[in-house]
Design a protein around this ligand. Structure first.
Ligand SMILES: [Zn+2]
Length: 163
């Protein structure tokens, strides 16, 4: 069993409703699984011509059209997280991390709220302000205890595709 992009969408919209409801979604924010990256678990950027989102976007035209800003923000989650062995809360914490960048004005139409996306523990502070500190801590703990083993198991099972 593998998770899909609809799963990510649902998790993101739940987080938006429950923990980020003060943050306006001024443009369309697309979330998807990307390549199987070991180090980069999540990323956020503004789409440009070379961003491969056409196939996803064509099913989302209605959502895209109602937004004030037409630029598209793309949140990409490592393809390794599609494996249901990875707990939901690890994925939620990763999505929340990228949403905090959006809220701080990075790769979003919102005003910049901090100088640098990571300096000064801004992510952890923001998680805490939004009632997500436990999620953050539990996710860090799980990754610390399981991530390397998980990747090694994947590599052993299928050494070529992850080389
Ligand atoms: Zn970050």
């Amino acid at each position: 069993m593998e998770r899909n992009n609809e799963y990510l969408e649902e998790r993101m919209y739940n987080l938006w409703e429950n923990n980020f409801s003060d943050i306006p979604r001024k443009n369309f924010v697309l979330i998807k699984f990307g390549k199987k990256s070991y180090r980069q678990l999540g990323s956020i950027k503004l789409a440009n011509k070379r961003t491969k989102i056409k196939n996803i976007l064509k099913n989302k035209v209605d959502e895209w059209e109602i937004q004030d800003e037409k630029e598209v923000t793309v949140i990409t989650i490592t393809g390794f997280f599609a494996d249901v062995y990875v707990p939901d809360y690890v994925i939620d914490a990763t999505i929340a991390h990228e949403m905090i960048h959006y809220a701080h004005g990075f790769h979003s139409p919102l005003q910049k709220r901090v100088e640098h996306p990571h300096k000064g523990n801004v992510i952890k502070k923001e998680m805490s302000n939004r009632g997500l500190l436990n999620l953050y801590i539990n996710s860090e703990k799980w990754l610390k205890n399981n991530w390397t083993d998980f990747i090694n198991r994947k590599l052993r099972r299928n050494p070529i595709s992850y080389a």
